[in-house]
Design a protein. Structure first.
Length: 169
């Protein structure tokens, strides 16, 4: 296998591990969000997309007759669990979660742009197409988070400054 194809396969495995990590993070976030139904709904929607993304990336790997990397997937899942547990005791978890999610989406965006360029270089039009689809979904999630961050922060401070009133809402 040529060097560029080796990199493509390695980066596809990285992307698969990244999607596995994203799935764990999103599941953890969604399970703890109580007072922000709009965010919870969007996270659950993106969780479904993430599961699909993982399968689509896996299909790209399988076309090269290779399996996903158990080590990378396991490491990604452990990192996601550690991140999720770290936010459990934080009163401002919703804000920190939005920041972390926004940063993670941009890491995914950069990864898929690299995969698209690499797939194009080796002439793998199917991987390129799949990565372009996933890229659009990641960009949409990042844009949604950016658009809703100010409102989320406002809601957080409203709840933080008036805890008795917000528990009645």
């Amino acid at each position: 296998m040529e060097t560029v194809e080796k990199h493509l396969l390695e980066w596809l495995r990285d992307a698969h591990a990244m999607e596995q990590q994203a799935e764990q993070m999103l599941k953890s976030q969604a399970s703890r969000i109580e007072n922000y139904p709009q965010i919870r709904q969007r996270i659950e929607q993106h969780l479904d997309q993430t599961r699909s993304q993982s399968k689509r990336v896996e299909s790209c790997i399988e076309r090269y007759d290779k399996s996903t990397s158990f080590t990378k997937d396991a490491t990604g899942k452990m990192a996601a669990m550690a991140q999720a547990v770290g936010g459990v005791f934080s009163s401002d978890e919703i804000v920190k979660g939005c920041i972390a999610s926004y940063a993670f989406e941009h890491m995914e965006i950069a990864s898929y742009k690299a995969l698209i360029a690499t797939a194009e270089k080796v002439g793998d039009s199917e991987t390129k197409r799949i990565c372009e689809e996933i890229l659009a979904e990641e960009e949409a999630m990042a844009a949604w988070l950016e658009q809703h961050a100010p409102q989320t922060i406002d809601e957080y401070f409203e709840r933080d400054m008036h805890p008795q009133e917000s528990s009645k809402r």
